[in-house]
Ligand binder design. Structure first.
Ligand SMILES: [Zn+2]
Length: 330
């Protein structure tokens, strides 16, 4: 606790940190995407710093919504906007039940690539800062739309986080109730193995022609396994929604603060959590690389809300430090 710290006029980041972070980000992006885009600067105005940290310190009930932007500094592709393509495919058309039934080998190779990227990434300073916040504020619940497991690897306590889109390291049977968790095998099956110099996200390397029998199979009934994630057009798991709603209903339902990190929150029902939190008294703080979109719920910020534009891995350690202390470099 450092309540006597005078808010700085400018964010006092370790001088070489931003450069270091950008170099790491750029090298990871270079491997994962042909043309990386440089993150915008992550300036925090003195007034926003003071009002936000004052409110944070007095907040007990905190809700958060995490999206792909949280993992961007770890080199995990967001698969949105200009980076939304994997090879020649729009990733949003691959993450669907119909794509899987039409071409399971293609969809599985996309997910095998994403598993590999997640396993080779490390949690960034935003994941760590949020995990530390959870340890300091026990009545903090994070709703995570990310499937990469990086919050968990940063030490975010399980009781303070609810994944709502599943996990890329969990698979389930397409026929029977079989589910497996925490399967970190890479490649998942021998048929997905690639030589080291082949980048499966680069369309110049032809995709492997994999027989259906060589795809991941259920050990109980031999039917196809599928990634245990929520695809476009599928509902959120009822258990996950129930847990969030139960949390919202406890302690008379009041919420002090809502953190929206790395997501434009366009997708319902996740977007509805922001409306509910606001209706229960929360002030909303949005952390995103991009300006709010016109149609998203974060586009209509109210008096008393905050919008912090930039890299979450830079902004969050700075804005949470009076509660969590200094987050070491990663
Ligand atoms: Zn089965």
């Amino acid at each position: 606790m450092t309540s006597d710290v005078v808010p700085p006029n400018r964010p006092q980041l370790p001088s070489n940190f931003a450069n270091e972070l950008w170099q790491r980000y750029a090298s990871q992006q270079k491997r994962l995407r042909p043309e990386p885009t440089q993150p915008s600067s992550s300036e925090i105005s003195p007034e926003d710093y003071t009002t936000f940290t004052t409110h944070l310190k007095s907040s007990t009930r905190i809700l958060a919504l995490f999206g792909a932007g949280l993992s961007a500094a770890s080199g995990i592709p967001t698969f949105r906007g200009a980076g939304g393509f994997w090879r020649e495919y729009d990733s949003m058309t691959l993450a669907t039940p119909s794509a899987f039934s039409k071409d399971p080998a293609l969809v599985w190779q996309f997910y095998n690539y994403r598993r590999h990227a997640a396993l080779n990434a490390t949690p960034n300073r935003a994941h760590i800062a949020l995990a530390e916040l959870a340890k300091n504020k026990p009545n903090f619940l994070a709703i995570s739309q990310n499937i990469d497991g990086l919050c968990q690897r940063a030490g975010h306590p399980a009781e303070n986080i609810q994944p709502v889109h599943g996990s890329i390291f969990s698979n389930r049977c397409t026929k029977c109730p079989y589910v497996e968790h925490d399967n970190f095998k890479d490649p998942l099956v021998p048929a997905f193995a690639l030589p080291d110099d082949v980048d499966p996200s680069d369309a110049k390397f032809p995709l492997k022609d994999i027989a259906l029998g060589d795809l991941p199979r259920c050990p109980d009934c031999s039917a196809l396994l599928r990634p245990n994630v929520v695809w476009f057009g599928e509902p959120l798991p009822q258990g996950a929604v129930d847990r969030v709603e139960n949390w919202m209903a406890t302690d008379n339902g009041g919420i002090d603060l809502m953190l929206v990190v790395g997501t434009s929150a366009l997708v319902y029902p996740a977007a509805g959590f922001i409306h509910t939190a606001r209706a229960r008294g929360a002030r909303v703080a949005v952390f995103n690389m991009e300006e709010p979109t016109e149609e998203g719920p974060t586009s209509r910020l109210k008096d008393g809300d905050w919008f912090f534009q930039g890299d979450a891995a830079v902004l969050l350690p700075e804005l949470l430090k009076e509660v969590i202390g200094v987050v070491p470099g990663v």
